[in-house]
Design a protein around this ligand. Structure first.
Ligand SMILES: [Zn+2]
Length: 220
């Protein structure tokens, strides 16, 4: 995923509404905020920063590029963490410290409500890029004219995409892996999209990411 100001703004908007839908915060109680992407920092993963100019506050959320290709979930956790700071600041809510009882209250409610999507921490660790994780990814490997698409399918949507592939006459097979590489490949819910691999690199890719192909005999 390409970490840009536009990307952060879009995810900020997305979570502002999703979390408001669960009545955890009020969508209209967010004041303007600027976004910034900065190079890797040893000290920070992200920061909410307020500057006062002539008595007026200017708020900024800064995300640091820890690794060249930032995992989507990792960035979401950073953004929502800073959004909690923003919400507390912009509404003058009292908290016992920077990550005091109120911050933790929001953090826990959000983590419980969005299990599997968000796992905000007080102090986040730099992302791991590869290797076994504790999520199993269901992959629909779709054969395109000159590439294979490795699509990360939400388990509840497997039937839906099978039907879709049948209608479109796509050749495909299923695979699974727990390689955290697929944390960065957005899960398909409505539209089939995925990570593209050339036929020459197919075998190496499958081996590298320990993908178990479930019905290999279906491969054309
Ligand atoms: Zn913080």
């Amino acid at each position: 995923m390409d970490l840009t100001v536009d990307y952060i703004r879009e995810r900020h908007r997305y979570w502002r509404y999703r979390i408001a839908d669960e009545e955890i915060w009020d969508v209209i109680k967010f004041e303007p905020v600027e976004f910034e992407v900065r190079p890797r920092s040893k000290t920070y993963n992200a920061l909410f920063h307020r500057k006062i100019v002539k008595g007026k506050p200017y708020d900024r959320i800064i995300i640091y590029r820890k690794v060249p290709d930032m995992p989507i979930k990792f960035v979401d956790n950073l953004i929502v963490h800073e959004m909690i700071h923003q919400y507390i600041f912009q509404n003058n809510l009292y908290d016992s410290s920077t990550h005091g009882f109120l911050f933790r209250h929001y953090m826990q409610r959000i983590n419980e409500t969005f299990k599997g999507e968000l796992d905000i921490a007080i102090k986040s660790e730099a992302p791991k890029l590869k290797g076994p994780g504790d999520t199993t990814y269901m992959l629909m490997v779709v054969k395109m004219p000159d590439e294979y698409l490795f699509c990360n399918i939400r388990p509840g949507k497997m039937k839906f995409f099978e039907e879709h592939a049948r209608q479109e006459n796509f050749k495909y097979l299923w695979g699974k892996t727990n390689d955290m590489f697929f944390d960065r490949v957005p899960r398909c819910t409505k539209v089939l999209q995925g990570y593209s691999v050339s036929p020459d690199n197919m075998e190496a890719f499958v081996t590298e990411h320990r993908i178990i192909l479930l019905n290999r005999h279906d491969l054309p």
